[in-house]
Design a protein around this ligand. Structure first.
Ligand code: TLP
Length: 345
């Protein structure tokens, strides 16, 4: 049976062109900075994001953590959202491994942090308090409906943060989805921020890896942090080669994933007992109303028997993520399956 895997865009496998590039990749010892393919990917990424330097890391989690470690010392405070991936899904790595104190502010439904909340949370230098060092944003915002943050909003946060001597990091795991959805050059989304991590291994379909971009001195700090995290890898050009193909061939097609997510959202919204959240990019959330006789586990199990992987995340709630493996037919098959299961309940 053809499996339709809507669990995440992390499930994508490398394309044939990536496998070919990986097999042919020129390599060297990247801890010595001698892997030409890694160096090429890093130069491409820095140029694409409009930053001075870049570093290839194993994952988005490592990129965020190494960035936090480079920006903050032990006992420093980082302002993050209560729905951010860094807060919800990274084991509190900044605190566990870096002694960094998170200052958690409420994310608004569109993934933003209110400017007043940020300003109110910045410490004043009192000896009793930690020092606020960093504000971290997420773009697109995974848990907030995959919403893209606008260049104007990011610039407003950055100008506020810089006025107070703080740095700004962007968890841009899906920054290219944001750029495509907003119709802007990705550079404009990160133009004044101090650092950004983006993932090659999600919608861009590379098998492994993320890239951190920022100033050259900052990237030196990230390289040190990556090493202590065990992320100094050797002939990593085999992986970076896929990342280069991802950047060259997989960015523009993200628009198709967004169209398919919208079609899925529109189709689900016509079904009785289902409420669908706003859909801006490749992530959509929906839930089963109290009136729906089915619960989340019931729907997930019934879909799995039909070859559709869409596990419930809460008792009645779901996240579906489109990616390059999901076709128009897959979306229609999913809609038919959900309609059948709900009607039979
Ligand atoms: N997100 C994964 C899961 O961890 C939840 C997913 O399926 O969406 N930042 C953001 C915004 C992310 O969504 C993710 C992964 C990461 C960072 C971490 O990236 P990896 O998995 O490469 O460590």
């Amino acid at each position: 049976m053809h499996i339709i895997d809507l669990r995440s865009d992390t499930v994508t496998h490398p394309t044939p062109e990536m496998r070919e590039a990986m097999a042919r990749a020129e390599v060297g010892d990247d801890v010595y900075g001698e892997d030409p393919t890694v160096n090429r990917l890093q130069e491409m990424a820095a140029h694409r994001l409009g930053k001075e330097a870049a570093l290839f890391v194993s994952s988005g989690t490592m990129g965020n953590l190494a960035s936090f470690l480079a920006h903050c010392g032990r006992g420093d405070e980082a302002i993050i959202g209560d729905q951010s991936h860094t807060f919800l899904h990274e084991q509190g790595g900044m605190a566990a491994l870096g002694g960094i104190m998170p200052c958690i502010l409420p994310n608004q439904a569109d993934g933003t942090l209110r400017l007043d909340d940020i300003e109110g949370a910045i410490r004043g230098g009192d000896i009793h308090e930690p020092r606020t060092r960093l504000v971290s944003l997420e773009n697109t915002h995974n848990a907030c409906h995959g919403t893209p943050l606008s260049p104007e909003y990011v610039a407003a946060v950055t100008s506020l943060a810089h006025r107070h001597g703080l740095q700004v990091h962007v968890d841009g795991a899906r920054i290219f989805n944001a750029a495509i959805a907003l119709g802007v050059d990705v550079k404009t989304l990160v133009s004044d921020v101090d650092s950004v991590t983006f993932c090659l291994s999600k919608g861009l379909a590379a098998p492994v890896g993320s890239v951190v971009c920022g100033t050259a001195p900052f990237i030196d700090g990230v390289r040190r942090a990556r090493k202590v995290l065990g992320g100094g890898t050797r002939q990593a050009g085999i992986l970076a080669a896929a990342g280069i193909v991802a950047l060259e061939t997989m960015v523009d097609r993200l628009a198709d994933d967004h169209t398919r997510a919208r079609r899925l959202a529109e189709g689900l919204a016509t079904l009785p007992g289902i409420s669908v959240g706003p859909t801006h990019t490749n992530i959509l959330y929906f839930s089963l109303d109290a009136s729906c006789p089915l619960d989340g586990a019931g729907l997930a199990t019934a879909l799995r028997t039909r070859g559709i992987l869409l596990p419930n995340r809460g008792p009645r709630s779901f996240r579906a993520v489109t990616h390059c493996w999901i076709s128009d037919e897959d979306i229609e098959r999913t809609l038919t399956a959900v309609a059948d299961v709900v009607a039979a309940a």
